[in-house]
Design a protein around this ligand. Structure first.
Ligand code: NAD
Length: 351
């Protein structure tokens, strides 16, 4: 295993490995940067082919969380945890308790949350051994699932992009193509239709496509959705939807969706700028979920969460303006803006 030579190693503050022989737990926690606050990020459980893949994933994902929280204006750093193993076969109460002990030993530098392969019920078991868990509060609106808040942020982001590009954030009659009608996509579709947008949806899962149809969307095929003739394309499925094959076929003037890592590489962001397509960087527009997770832990009200999420629009407008002024892609501008925030904080403290 290469740690410091990993292509995803970026001066991470801490990388901690845990093996618990009794429960079979093999896990890694990575803290990328904590200048702005304790590192918060989900705990993913996945059957990685080997330890290197797990390490690369946790390094990459923890870095992404630093940038996301910095741009969301949250007092949080970036961290992530991965548990190596198939959740359907290896997950046990003992393993989750051991994971809780691992997180507790980090003394609050890392706060965990739900991610793929873990559920709110799993987090409740982890929370038996550590208080450094978010997204497990009972009652009220705190159900643990941040996807409605992610959708709300994407909705504000779409309106900000429309305003920037066309001078109006009205959705009535605006054609939006949504790739993926899962947890986030389905909430987004309802919000869009609620304001009069004309929504086209593709989903590989026929059940989710049918639910979208019942909500008022028109179903299109998965092959056509990325190049569909729409005003806005909202990728809400898997990463790398915008790659060297798809980027030339996109017809929408705006790309604004929830999926993580939408661009296969920075080159696609550059190409979108050249083509005059306004891209809302994923880690800015999909920060509604992390904001909700933060406010759950801070025991904030639903109103304070929503008010915070509304600020996603302001961040995007700033990024769009800087991108046009500098002729640099929105993705690169967003990265620089995040770095200004989390690196500047350290420099100010040192001065
Ligand atoms: P989900 O698994 O609930 O939904 C994804 C949907 O996309 C599913 O319905 C799936 O069938 C569909 N899909 C997969 N591949 C497809 C394809 N090629 N074409 C069309 N449909 C396809 O996931 P989610 O929670 O809704 O998250 C969606 C995206 O947003 C993911 O990339 C996720 O990482 C990101 N995200 C989610 C949250 C959140 O709060 N859930 C927060 C930030 C980012």
């Amino acid at each position: 295993m290469t740690v410091f030579n990993s292509p995803h190693y970026d001066g991470h503050e801490l990388i901690s490995f845990k093996h618990d022989a009794r429960s079979g737990l093999r896990a890694i926690v990575a803290i990328h940067n904590s200048n702005l606050g304790p590192a918060l990020g989900g705990c993913r459980m996945y059957p990685y082919l080997n330890d290197d893949d797990a390490l690369d994933d946790v390094l990459r994902l923890s870095k992404g969380m630093t940038y996301k929280s910095a741009l969301a204006g949250l007092p949080l750093g970036g961290g992530k945890a991965v548990i190596i193993g198939d959740p359907s076969k290896m997950k046990s109460r003992d393993l989750l308790l051991a994971m809780g002990g691992f997180i507790e030993d980090l003394g609050g530098r890392y706060i965990t949350a739900e991610d793929s392969g873990t559920t709110v019920s799993d987090l409740k078991v982890i929370a038996e051994r550590t208080s450094y868990v978010s997204g497990v509060m009972e009652g009220g609106r705190f159900g643990g699932d941040p996807s409605p808040y992610t959708a709300q942020g994407v909705f504000y982001g779409i309106k900000a992009a429309l305003k920037f590009k066309h001078g109006s954030d009205q959705l009535f009659g605006v054609r939006v193509a949504v790739q993926g009608a899962g947890a986030v996509g389905r909430h987004l579709i309802s919000l869009l239709i609620g304001e009069g947008a004309v929504v086209f949806v593709a989903d590989v899962n026929p059940r989710n496509a049918e639910l979208a149809r019942q909500a008022g969307a028109t179903i299109v095929t998965c092959d056509e959705v990325l190049g569909f003739s729409a005003d806005v394309l909202a990728p809400c499925a898997m990463g790398a939807a915008i790659n060297s094959c798809t980027v030339e076929n996109i017809q929408a003037g705006i790309i604004a969706g929830a999926a993580n890592n939408q661009l296969a590489s920075d080159a696609q962001g550059d190409r979108l700028l050249q083509r005059g397509i306004l891209y809302a960087p994923d880690f800015v527009i999909n920060a509604g979920g992390i904001s909700d997770v933060y406010y759950q832990r801070a025991e904030g009200s639903s109103a304070s969460t929503s008010a915070h999420i509304a600020r996603i629009a302001d961040s995007l407008l700033e990024i769009f303006a800087r991108s046009i002024a500098s002729n640099v892609s929105t993705a690169r501008v967003a990265e620089r803006l995040a770095e200004e925030r989390f690196l500047l904080k350290k420099r100010v403290e040192a001065a």
